[in-house]
Design a protein around this ligand. Structure first.
Ligand code: TRP
Ligand code: ZN
Length: 495
């Protein structure tokens, strides 16, 4: 800092400058990415969204989606412009009521320049009018908009939102949602939360959904097609809404026999994780051809293939476990994926134990014994697996074995207090792997960084000594009965 003596003339010029509306001198463009090491361009800098209001119309015959997104946000810096992540064709953008200029940039950026720069810490309302055929759009050479014979589905991870609404597309910026979609009579529109209303007019039916708890953008889902919708309430009082494509063929029975158990399984999981965090639960099974399931908030996405070999309550347990581990408590950065997948997989181990198909210990033993030390499996560190290995089997299986190692180290009492306490500790928010380690140390009163380093961060097979009650290196363990169905859950085929 150095002082300057200002000449009288310069002073007059300076006050003239002040009279001009705040300019690029103090206001700068928001970053095109939120700062995620795995996905540098995902999300955006400079603002924080609190609510998305999406009023849409969809024509299944042509895959045309059109509508208006109204985004409520607050600035976190002085902004001359800011980005949204989006791929469809934009016709108009308004910021705080005034028409803004806009341009596309990079793979999925919509750069918005408001007429008047935005001051830090102020509320902003952004209205985006758009249309387009999502199936014709791609970024980085891929598309995750899944066309079906009678409609389409938006459900993918981490990339799903770009094809249907403009957003700050990163789990660290969670928001509430109102999603209202008009579809031709006979077609249904499925989304997150509770169905507020349906109304029909001139051959079109409008479905209005509300998600009243914070939700990450990748957990927002939209399914359009011919569905049979079922409703109910769990013993524990959680309203359940499920939907099944009318085109599930031979998989229809097994799909229903699995997903109709949602209420029972939500109540069962509440025993381990505490009260269910959302206003409704449920799932939908569209007629897609992909192999995976996804923990879309309150309305889980299941591929029919998950039920091709019969019913599979284990996959339902996995996705419902994510409602606490992943959806209620979301990751801070994508490298924290173990916060989601390690625990969802561990919930399947608890279910296996409950069903008498193999204890969590037996499953951990099997993971340990079935991968020899030179298996590439051990080179992926679940605590920071790398962008290309985010959904590697190691994140799930070694990730769950790490949780069993924790259980063995601290005993059941502290362990189950942690499982139940964590969702309360970070309710409706975000947390990192480091936050979990800290919390486990706090609750158990034990130093645990060595254990977690070994199990989550070392790119090598943990020594038998650090495996504690896990089997000795080189030993063989019998494959637990539940193994195959559990493994089918993370059958991620990429894009
Ligand atoms: N999170 C999903 C699960 O474990 C799996 C998953 C990973 C996925 N990547 C995906 C699902 C991509 C859909 C698309 O249940
Ligand atoms: Zn999962």
């Amino acid at each position: 800092m150095h002082r300057r003596i200002i000449a009288p003339g310069a002073l007059a010029a300076a006050s003239l400058l002040l009279a001009i509306p705040a300019s690029a001198a103090s206001h700068s463009p928001g970053a095109p990415g939120i700062g995620d090491p795995y996905h540098p361009n995902y999300g955006n800098g400079g603002y924080d969204v609190s609510h998305y209001d999406l009023r849409l119309q969809y024509q299944p015959k042509t895959d045309e989606l059109r509508g208006t997104a109204t985004i409520l946000a607050r600035t976190t810096q002085d902004l001359s412009s800011f980005d949204l992540d989006f791929l469809l064709d934009v016709s108009e953008v308004r910021v705080n009521g005034a028409k803004a200029s806009f341009a596309t940039s990079g793979q999925h950026e919509l750069v918005v320049t408001p007429k008047t720069p935005l001051d830090k810490g102020t509320p902003v309302t952004v209205v985006v009018r758009y249309s387009g055929v999502p199936s014709t759009k791609s970024a980085y050479g891929f598309s995750t908009w899944h066309r079906t014979p009678d409609g389409a589905v938006a459900a993918d991870e981490p990339e799903a939102a770009w094809w249907w609404f403009p957003s700050n597309d990163h789990p660290s910026d969670k928001a509430t949602y109102d999603v209202s979609v008009s579809v031709p009579d006979g077609t249904q529109a499925i989304s997150n939360g509770t169905l507020q209303s349906t109304s029909s007019k001139l051959g079109w039916t409008r479905y209005t959904w509300r998600q009243n708890k914070p939700q990450a953008t990748y957990l927002a889902t939209l399914a359009l097609g011919r569905f049979d919708i079922t409703t109910g309430t769990s013993d524990g009082g959680v309203p359940v809404i499920n939907a099944y494509s009318k085109d599930l063929g031979d998989n229809d029975g097994a799909a229903r026999a699995s997903v109709e158990r949602t209420g029972e399984l939500v109540d069962w999981l509440s025993g381990y994780f505490g009260p269910y965090p959302f206003a409704s639960a449920g799932g939908y099974v569209p007629n897609t051809t992909t192999g995976y399931a996804l923990e879309t908030q309150t309305r889980v996405y299941y591929s029919p293939k998950q039920f091709a070999n019969g019913s599979n309550p284990s996959v339902v347990v996995h996705e419902l476990a994510h409602q606490w581990y992943g959806d209620d408590v979301s990751l801070k950065r994508w490298k924290d994926i173990w916060i989601n997948e390690g625990f969802a997989r561990y919930a399947q181990w608890l279910w296996s134990e409950h069903e008498g198909e193999g204890t969590a210990q037996e499953l951990a033993d099997y993971v340990y014994a079935s991968h020899p030390a030179d298996d590439a499996f051990w080179t992926v560190a679940p605590g920071d697996p790398g962008a290309d290995n985010q959904f590697d089997a190691a994140v799930y299986d070694r990730g769950a074995a790490a949780i069993q190692a924790l259980r063995n180290a601290i005993g059941d009492d502290a362990f189950f207090r942690i499982l139940k306490g964590w969702p309360q500790r970070h309710a409706y928010s975000n947390a990192s792997v480091a936050d979990f380690v800290k919390y486990a140390e706090q609750v158990s009163g034990k130093p645990l960084s060595a254990l977690f380093d070994t199990w989550l961060f070392e790119p090598a097979k943990p020594a038998a000594s650090s495996a504690r009650a896990l089997v000795k290196a080189g030993a063989t363990a019998a494959q637990p009965k539940s193994w195959k169905k559990i493994e089918a859950t993370n059958d991620v085929h990429g894009h």
